[in-house]
Every structure is written in C-alpha cells, then in structure tokens.
Write a protein that binds this ligand. Structure first.
Ligand SMILES: [Zn+2]
Length: 110
C-alpha cells in the first residue's frame, strides 16, 4: 500500500526522489512476496506460468509507438497501458518530465 502511495507521488511529480521512493517500496513488496511464496509454494508455479505468458507477449509484440523495435517496457500514456520499446520509453518519460516542468512554471507565475 506504501507502493501505491509512492506511485501516486510519481504521477504527481516525476523526479529522482519520487522514483527512488517507488524503487524502495518495490523492494519492500518483493521481499514480502518472497516470504509469501515460501508460505504458499503453489503461488510460485502460478507466477512462473503467468510470467512466461507475458514474456511471450512482450517478445512477439512490436512497439506501439514506432512499430519497429520489440517491446521492452510498459508505459502509461493517456491512462492506457501500452507496450513500448526502450527508445520510445525514454522519449515519453522526457516528454512527461517536460510537461511537469511546464505546469510548475505556470503555477509559479500566479
Ligand atoms: Zn518504439
């Protein structure tokens, strides 16, 4: 639940601190998940099956933005989660950062 809070913060302002916060919370969740997997061994098999399915999807899919490179990550654009290549992912993140900078400047102008 701390992870959700951290993700909301990233959505509000994308910066080094908010991203670092998400990474930290992700690590916490991962530790917790690993503990849960020890308690429920069946979950590991289910997870493996799902990850394999997802990997096949990611490998066979082409980037939704340029249509050239294979999908390397998922990106949320206009509230939709789409698969993008590494190049486009970087481009979009840059765009987002610029957008946030713009709104910050606007707020300062008031
Ligand atoms: Zn692309």
């Amino acid at each position: 639940m701390e992870l959700i809070k951290a993700l909301c913060k990233v959505k509000l302002s994308l910066n080094q601190e908010s991203v670092a916060n998400v990474c930290e919370e992700l690590a916490d969740v991962e530790v917790m998940l690993n503990q849960m997997k020890l308690i429920f061994p069946g979950a590991t098999c289910e997870l493996k099956r799902k990850v394999e399915k997802l990997e096949v999807k990611l490998i066979t899919k082409k980037c939704n933005l340029c249509g050239e490179n294979p999908v390397s990550s998922m990106l949320k654009i206009n509230e939709k989660l789409i698969g993008v290549c590494e190049k486009c992912c970087k481009k979009e993140v840059d765009k987002e950062q610029r957008k946030y900078k713009k709104t910050e400047v606007k707020q300062d102008g008031h």
